[in-house]
Ligand binder design. Structure first.
Ligand SMILES: Nc1ncnc2c1ncn2[C@@H]1O[C@H](COP(=O)(O)OP(=O)(O)OP(=O)(O)O)[C@@H](O)[C@H]1O
Ligand SMILES: [Mg+2]
Length: 280
């Protein structure tokens, strides 16, 4: 019988994630190397209430990275989101792989890597990613000392994935992008071009807002859906098409919201939709 997945030992290579159909992200090479914590980066947030993750500037083996650390995620807390589509379609103990922002990022970055090989797309499409890692106990203590609350670790039994230790703190290693977040007249066309390319390789970001771009490149894929994905597969064709078009709608909204001086538009005029409720 295969062994339950636990914190990897030095020298062992953990599997690519998530362990289900679709693209996967490989483990960061220096998985067990000590992390030097420099500073917290996610300080320009709109609101603290919906935080799923925190981001630090770190040094690993003398190289600077951005490390996105994911809170524990309980599918039971967001039943409304997945249950109508996935109940009786996906086993409960696999729901985590389709709903947890960590696995959403694994999938998106996995596809970006895959597209280099299968489609020869070598251009930079997003702030580059170097793989995932699990924090050590000493790293967890460091975060606790810094006041980070990773949330409750208790996942009800029915949702516990097979061969997976849900107590592990997961993180994704990305390039540190020093340019500020936001869309502006200088980066907006680049941002739109890259977003369209991502949609072409079937990565739908789902959270297109100025604060999720740095230097014109997307940095946050926590809400993304990458095909094949059961949340897209179980929609009617028209609904799925509308879902896949949401990035373009959101892009135009972000341009208006952030008052970016540009004539660039994601949706053709004819197809532009009225702004969603609650947005100006
Ligand atoms: N690679 C990076 N380099 C520099 N700054 C970054 C990087 N990644 C993230 N940041 C900063 O941290 C902020 C939060 O990051 P991100 O958007 O990925 O997390 P989040 O919004 O908590 O994610 P989620 O939407 O999954 O909860 C970004 O808006 C950005 O300012
Ligand atoms: Mg974000």
């Amino acid at each position: 019988m295969p062994k339950r997945m636990t914190r990897p030992r030095a020298g062992s290579q953990p599997p690519a994630l998530p362990p289900c159909p679709g693209p996967k992200l490989a483990a960061f090479q220096h998985q067990n190397t000590q992390i030097k914590w420099i500073e917290r980066l996610d300080i320009d947030r709109d609101s603290e209430s919906t935080i799923q993750a925190c981001v630090y500037k770190v040094e690993i083996k003398s190289k600077v990275y951005a490390l996105k650390i994911f809170k524990f995620f309980d599918p039971a807390a967001v039943r409304y989101y997945w249950e109508p589509q996935l109940q009786n379609v996906v086993p409960l103990n696999e729901i985590l792989f389709y709903t947890d922002p960590f696995f959403a990022e694994c999938r998106a970055y996995g596809r970006i890597k895959e597209a280099r090989v299968t489609k020869g797309i070598r251009e930079k499409l997003a702030v580059p990613c170097h793989g995932y890692l699990f924090l050590t106990r000493s790293d967890e203590r460091q975060l606790e000392r810094d006041g980070v609350d990773l949330g409750p670790r208790s996942l009800s039994k029915e949702f516990r994935p097979p061969l997976w230790d849900t107590n592990l703190v997961r993180a994704i290693v990305k390039d540190f992008e020093p340019r500020p977040s936001g869309l502006n007249s200088k980066n907006v066309r680049l941002a739109l071009r890259k977003l369209k390319r991502l949609n072409e390789i079937q990565v739908y970001n789902g959270d297109v807002r100025g604060e999720n771009f740095r230097g014109g490149y997307l940095v946050d894929f926590g809400m993304s859906q990458t095909e094949p994905h059961c949340l897209l597969d179980t929609l009617e064709e028209a609904q799925a098409d509308a879902k896949k078009e949401e990035d373009m709608v959101m892009f135009d909204e972000a341009v208006i919201e952030d008052e970016v001086k540009t004539t660039a538009r994601a949706m053709s005029k004819r197809r532009q939709q009225p702004l969603r409720k609650g947005k100006i």
